[in-house]
Design a protein around this ligand. Structure first.
Ligand SMILES: Cc1cc2nc3c(=O)[nH]c(=O)nc-3n(C[C@H](O)[C@H](O)[C@H](O)COP(=O)(O)O)c2cc1C
Length: 156
């Protein structure tokens, strides 16, 4: 199976998880960056709140990709304002998934992934979207079981 882990990460938490996932699945790894960086925590919070209030989508610096040669695209991100960072939404929406299945995962301080999962499904209308996993202090103990499940189902 051809797998790729596509992820966004501002402070490295999701990156660490993405690397772990890629290692266990023998997957490629690619990071998506915003066109305009979000800066430190306070400025990131302010900007994300503004995006939300105005229903604005930030742009991806990372060029859009064609993933149709892959079996699975694992999409990892930090939960921002309960949702997928908008620059990653821009990237997903404008990239081509072809027949690849999508497996969302995230890290958060406390929030669940339900809203972000809905967003991913809206952004990938033609794709099979597998059940997502969010890692936060409440769920982190389930991470090894989730990884084992991925290995069983998606390892080449
Ligand atoms: C702008 C911003 C918004 C955030 N919104 C949420 C949120 O709604 N719920 C939550 O649990 N954590 C939220 N967080 C915390 C991050 O999701 C969490 O720290 C994540 O693990 C950071 O991942 P990273 O190091 O890969 O960037 C937010 C962080 C930032 C910077």
């Amino acid at each position: 199976m051809r797998n790729i882990v596509v992820y966004a990460s501002r402070t490295g938490t999701t990156e660490k998880m993405a690397k772990e996932v890629a290692k266990h699945l023998g997957a490629e790894l690619m990071k998506v960056e915003p066109k305009e960086t979000y800066g430190k925590f306070a400025s990131a919070l302010t900007r994300v709140a503004k995006e939300k209030a105005r229903n604005e989508q930030a742009a991806s610096l990372t060029p859009y990709r064609d993933f149709s040669g892959y079996d699975n695209v694992l999409i990892g991100f930090p939960i921002w304002a309960g949702d997928v960072p908008t620059y990653l939404q821009d990237f997903i929406q404008n990239s081509t998934l072809g027949g690849a299945a999508v497996i969302p995962f995230a890290t958060s301080a406390i929030s669940g992934i339900r809203k972000a999962d809905r967003t991913i499904r809206l952004l990938c209308p033609g794709s099979k979207v597998e059940n997502p996993f969010v890692s936060n202090p409440r769920t982190v103990t389930r991470f090894p079981a989730w990884i084992r499940l991925l290995e069983l189902n998606y390892r080449k």
